[in-house]
Design a protein around this ligand. Structure first.
Ligand SMILES: C[S@@+](CC[C@H](N)C(=O)[O-])C[C@H]1O[C@@H](n2cnc3c(N)ncnc32)[C@H](O)[C@@H]1O
Length: 312
């Protein structure tokens, strides 16, 4: 029988059957390989899902340190925004290495103060960090700083720290009505996302976080256009003036006029929320002011703040 099957004729006759068997075996092999792959992939996906859930769980508490919950704005800037802020700051200050260093240090300071302090610092992360980073790099002519509009005093505390890091000895004066909430003409007054009232006690607590210079800060409660308040605060020439009070065109115009009188030669004026679509009055007042006989020249913009220097 075996000999018969080995004959040429028998092989030719049996080939279709052998081919059919071959095909079936191949199909079976492919199917079982595919089944194995499906099972493997399914196991892998399940494992990845488990790991992802675990990572999300672990990440959430870290996010809580920096996200917008309880402060309204997230403190998690994207790389593209960080890079842009470094470029803008380097352009305004002429110091790229210092810009990178100061922005990173300002970011850590912001996170620390908002974690430990009362209330918050107002505005977007890179706008705040840009201001904190820029002031010491612009090398103001003296260490007297005036902040018009402080909200919780936390930005003032942060600015003290940043200026001290540059070896300076800041003396801060603050002007704000401290009226329980943020006052802005033309906008609806609403409770702060932090839930903390805007009061002197909050400002003092935050300034205490900035050590001796914070505790020694002079706070004048009232409106920057008030003549009596102005007379008291105009007792010196300021190396730095932060204009961040009344954001209306009239309010900013009045603060810029005052700044003309009290800025030291070479002094820096920080115009907050400059170019911000929510506050068109700021650019409007600036444009009008810059065509008058001003001592100020425009240095540039970082995020949403404009920087001016009084001619020496
Ligand atoms: C945008 S917040 C200041 C934010 C603060 N500089 C910061 O960086 O966190 C504006 C503050 O200015 C106050 N304000 C409004 N009108 C003012 C005025 N005419 N003079 C001084 N402060 C004023 C508001 O009540 C509020 O506390």
């Amino acid at each position: 029988m075996r000999a018969l099957l080995r004959t040429k004729t028998a092989r030719r006759t049996l080939r279709p059957i052998a081919d059919l068997v071959d095909q079936r075996i191949q199909r079976q092999i492919r199917r079982s390989a595919a089944n194995r792959t499906d099972d493997g992939a399914r196991r892998e996906i399940a494992e990845l899902k488990r790991e992802l859930a675990e990572l999300r769980n672990r990440q959430r508490p870290l996010e809580l340190l920096l996200d917008g919950t309880g402060r309204g704005v997230s403190r998690l800037p994207g790389q593209v925004h960080l890079d842009r802020a470094v470029d803008e700051l380097a352009e305004v200050t002429g110091d790229r290495a210092g810009s990178e260093r100061n922005l990173a240090q300002a970011f850590r300071l912001l996170a620390a103060l908002e974690s430990l302090g009362v209330g918050r610092i107002a505005g977007g992360t890179l706008n705040i960090c840009g201001k904190l980073a820029a002031v010491p790099l612009l090398d103001p002519p003296n260490d007297d700083i005036l902040e018009i509009g402080t909200l919780y005093g936390m930005f003032g505390a942060a600015l003290i720290r940043m200026v001290e890091r540059a070896g300076r000895v800041p003396r801060l004066t603050i002007v704000d009505p401290l009226a329980g909430l943020q006052l802005q003409p033309g906008t609806k007054e609403s409770a702060d996302p932090t839930g903390t009232p805007v009061r002197m006690a909050a400002v003092r607590t935050n300034l205490a976080l900035a050590g001796e210079a914070g505790a020694a800060a002079r706070i004048e409660q009232g409106f920057s256009e008030d003549p009596e308040l102005r007379a008291k605060v105009s007792d010196r020439s300021y190396g730095v003036i932060v204009v961040d009070g009344d954001h209306s065109a009239a309010g900013v115009a009045a603060d810029l006029e005052w700044a003309e009188q009290i800025a030291a030669p070479g002094g820096i004026v920080v115009l907050d929320d400059f170019g911000h679509p929510k506050w068109p009055g700021i650019e409007e007042a600036f444009d009008k002011h810059m065509v008058t006989e001003t001592r100020f020249e425009f240095l540039g913009q970082v995020a949403n703040s404009g920087y001016l220097r009084a001619r020496p």
